[in-house]
Design a protein around this ligand. Structure first.
Ligand code: ZN
Length: 196
């Protein structure tokens, strides 16, 4: 028996956002027909779909077979991968950098793919903790390494613009798998190398 076709990401989101943004702007007390706002629902629609584009991607599609033999690499560290995400509590941006370290077993991944993996999970409604663990789990799932360590550092506009209003604060989250979880000395060395 054939399954009904699953609607694509674009089909799902194509028609819905613009009228919702119109309603949102109107509910805020604004006149959506004035010159500065008239194109805003369409712009926010495109912008939000870009910023949540991770929902339309898969890990397999992002990796796309860019796997290579490890050939003796002891540890690979990818530093300063910029990301921009939206906090799922307020739909406000949080943004910063991710650092990924792994000890390969048999395979390594093309370096540019780490930025794509980070975007795969950053371009969703997120919390920083889950973003960090999803990146680590993706590295483990893709490479089955001896260990993986992911650090994210981010500033959260929902903290900076409202609430506690701690402008300068940034949040650092560390997730470890495999040897980085078991070997405190190794973990300490890598974290020292990744100090901001
Ligand atoms: Zn928030």
């Amino acid at each position: 028996m054939s399954q009904p076709p699953i609607p694509s990401f674009d089909e799902l989101t194509d028609t819905f956002l613009e009228p919702l943004i119109t309603d949102l702007i109107t509910a805020l007390g604004e006149d959506v027909s004035r010159e500065g706002l008239i194109q805003t629902p369409a712009r926010v629609d495109r912008s939000l779909r870009f910023l949540t584009g991770g929902y339309g991607l898969t890990l397999e599609g992002v990796v796309n077979g860019a796997l290579f033999q490890a050939e003796g690499a002891e540890m690979i560290v990818v530093k300063d991968v910029e990301f921009y995400s939206l906090c799922e509590h307020h739909l406000l941006p949080f943004f910063g950098r991710a650092h990924i370290a792994y000890v390969p077993e048999a395979t390594i991944l093309g370096l540019s793919k780490f930025a794509r993996i980070v975007d795969l999970f950053a371009r969703r409604l997120q919390v920083q903790e889950r973003l960090t663990t999803q990146i680590a789990d993706a590295v483990v799932q893709t490479l089955a390494p001896k260990g993986a360590l992911v650090v994210t550092e981010a500033s959260h506009l929902c903290m900076m613009m409202r609430g506690v209003q701690k402008q300068g604060s940034s949040t650092r989250i560390v997730t470890t798998r495999g040897v980085f979880k078991d070997d405190a000395q190794l973990r300490g060395e890598v974290l020292a190398a990744l100090k901001p």
